[in-house]
Design a protein around this ligand. Structure first.
Ligand SMILES: [Zn+2]
Length: 283
């Protein structure tokens, strides 16, 4: 009996150990699962934050001192580094971005210096264009007319930085007289007038056709330009589907000389100047 009783005790002890081990094993599995799930949540949270940052940056105006931007400083740096790497590859493989006058990028982020100068030639009594690109512009307009598109003229071409300053200040003053604050006046003006130095009309390489309005989109001239302008070295500078990248609303009337070689590549690859020069799409 005693022997038997001892065996039973042993059995009970063994069962107890098996039970304890099972519980420990079970707890370990639960802990492992919790750790894995927790890590996943943290990672996906991180992704969500990055995504929000990108959206925020796309929609951001020139205001670079906002709280949001400060918080996202690290993310921004990462994006910039990536872009720079791509730039280097693009520059060395395709063309010399910094020294090629034809593809000089002028926009809000890349203003021209106040002392920028360019050699100009008269297109007519009141309009001037870059001396190196005026030949192709004249030829393009002539060929359009010869092909039956008589209703085409260059309305606005070269504008000096001084002239732009005048336009800009005139608009600011108009709003100040209406009782707006300086800040409001600038904001309203920025909506439709480029800050002096940031208009590519300063380069003498941009031309606005006809009445400088959206109606130009429905003309034969516009259809002809879409088809043929790249042969003369011109591109539609602010296409509808690139508004987010150029930061400028669609302008069917505004064409930019970049030279035939670049114009054809940009047309073939459907790239705007920002994409082409910065290599944003050439990964
Ligand atoms: Zn223009």
């Amino acid at each position: 009996m005693r022997k038997k009783g001892g065996k039973e005790k042993l059995n009970r002890l063994a069962n107890k150990h098996v039970l304890q081990l099972s519980i420990i094993l079970f707890l370990l599995i639960i802990i492992a699962i919790v750790v894995i799930v927790a890590r996943k949540v943290i990672i996906s949270d991180g992704q969500a934050t990055n995504f929000e940052t990108e959206i925020g940056q796309m929609g951001d105006s020139d205001d670079s001192e906002g709280e949001g931007n400060t918080t996202n400083f690290d993310n921004q740096n990462e994006t910039e580094n990536e872009t720079n790497t791509i730039d280097t590859v693009t520059v060395s493989n395709n063309f010399d971005v910094l020294n090629d006058w034809q593809i000089r990028l002028v926009n809000r982020e890349n203003p021209l210096p106040d002392d920028f100068t360019v050699e100009l030639e008269n297109l007519d009594a009141s309009r001037k264009f870059d001396k190196r690109a005026i030949g192709p512009l004249k030829q393009m307009i002539l060929d359009m007319r010869n092909q039956g598109i008589k209703n085409i003229w260059a309305q606005s071409t070269y504008r000096s930085i001084e002239y732009q300053k005048g336009l800009y200040e005139k608009s600011i003053n108009k709003y100040l007289e209406q009782g707006k604050t300086q800040e409001e006046a600038e904001k309203l003006t920025d909506e439709y007038i480029n800050k002096p130095g940031t208009s590519e009309h300063h380069l003498g390489l941009a031309v606005d056709f006809n009445n400088v309005d959206e109606g130009f989109e429905n003309t034969k001239a516009y259809v002809w330009l879409l088809e043929n302008a790249s042969d003369y070295g011109f591109v539609l500078r602010y296409p509808k589907e690139k508004e987010d990248i150029t930061g400028i609303e669609y302008e069917p009337w505004h064409w930019r000389y970049v030279g035939p070689e670049h114009a054809k590549k940009m047309k073939e690859q459907n790239l705007c100047l920002e994409e082409y020069v910065l290599g944003l799409n050439l990964v």
